[in-house]
Design a binder for this molecule. Sequence first.
Ligand code: CMP
Length: 140
Amino acid sequence: MAVQRTFSIIKPDATKRNLTGAINARIEAAGLRIVAQKRIHLTPAQVGVFYEVHKERPFYGELCEFMASEPVVVQVLEGEDAIAKYRGVMGATDPAEADAGTIRAEFAESKGENSVHGSDAPETAAVEIAYFFSGLELVG
Ligand code: CMP
């Protein structure tokens, strides 16, 4: 498998509890390199564009409000098979279903407030990275 990049968000429930360092330690221990990172406070409208694919879902409004409630840390992670690897490190969307030892099993509070986001495919990773970072900000 080739070296890939994936997009990550450390979500408000995690930044609020000062878990950025603990989550980054797990990312780096898994062999993923943080090649871009910034802390930002999104507006609900900016979140709405990012999660547009979910706009018909019943939780969309709640998701936009939550993601704009506190700062987030957005990141680009690089490594062998980075997309699947990070999804493994994160665990299932619902922390009740996440494998022991994953970020969500350890830290997530609920299906909505689940500490981290990671891209699900190369095409979405490219779109998500471009939404938050310019090429100059990616430092491999
Ligand atoms: P994420 O991987 O960021 O992608 C979409 C997000 O929607 C997901 O993580 C959850 O935070 C959120 N989500 C998914 N299902 C639900 C749900 N049933 N209720 C509330 N939020 C949800």
